[in-house]
Design a protein around this ligand. Structure first.
Ligand code: GLN
Length: 211
């Protein structure tokens, strides 16, 4: 199984390293052909306005939307979350509107450019996630099908999932946190082998039998 990492700009190397650390092959995605055979895609942090321009320049918008609509899992971190939002506060045009949320860019202002926090994320188990925020967005509003996975102490939403789309305001890949990537890999193997449900690959003999 291969997971693509959008490698136009930003913190993509750390995602490739995190995939390697959990034994999943990561591939750099710079043009549509790089998406061939990937079972999921990561949109990294960086600068969402620049990422928008590069996605258009390289003709990636349609192919990424097609991949997501096929049910393959997509994971956006920080700028990657902004790229996935259906609405960006302030009226900027959405880029790949796959996640029914409204985001505010640079939500922590100049006083608090970057910070770290330990956040409970129940779907990942009882050990909190060490979350690194860098000029991070927050989610101001969510649609009815969006599950909130994590909030700050003040209640602001910083991690969500809507079906096959996962997004965090923060950078798990900068803190040695592998559980979001493991979740993505599980979602990807379930997408590759629908009906298995467990995230494990089916026994070889079962693949030839009708389901
Ligand atoms: N502030 C950036 C933006 O608005 C996101 C920062 C990040 O990805 N670390 O696009």
């Amino acid at each position: 199984m291969k997971i693509g990492v959008l490698a136009l700009q930003g913190a993509f190397r750390e995602h490739l390293d995190t995939l390697a650390a959990i034994g999943v092959e990561g591939v750099r995605v710079r043009e549509p052909a790089d998406l061939d055979g990937v079972s999921g895609l990561i949109l990294p942090g960086g600068e969402s306005t620049t990422m928008r321009q590069l996605i258009d320049r390289w003709g990636l918008r349609g192919p990424i939307l097609d991949l997501a609509r096929s049910g393959a899992p997509i994971f956006g971190t920080c700028a990657g979350m902004i790229v996935l939002a259906r609405e960006i506060s302030g009226g900027e045009e959405p880029i790949l509107p796959l996640l029914d949320v409204r985001v505010e860019r640079n939500a922590f202002g100049r006083q608090l450019d970057s910070f770290e926090a330990d956040l409970p994320v129940d779907v990942l188990g009882s050990t909190p996630v060490h979350a690194v925020f860098i000029r991070a967005p927050v989610i101001e509003d969510t649609g009815p099908d969006v599950d909130v996975l994590a909030r700050l102490d003040d209640g602001r939403i910083v991690a969500v999932r809507e079906r096959n789309v996962l997004a965090t305001s923060f950078h798990p890949e900068l803190a040695g946190e592998t559980r979001f990537h493991r979740l993505l890999a599980t979602m990807a193997s379930e997408h590759d082998d629908p009906g298995e449900g467990s995230g494990r690959r089916p026994h070889p003999t079962r693949r030839t039998q009708p389901r």
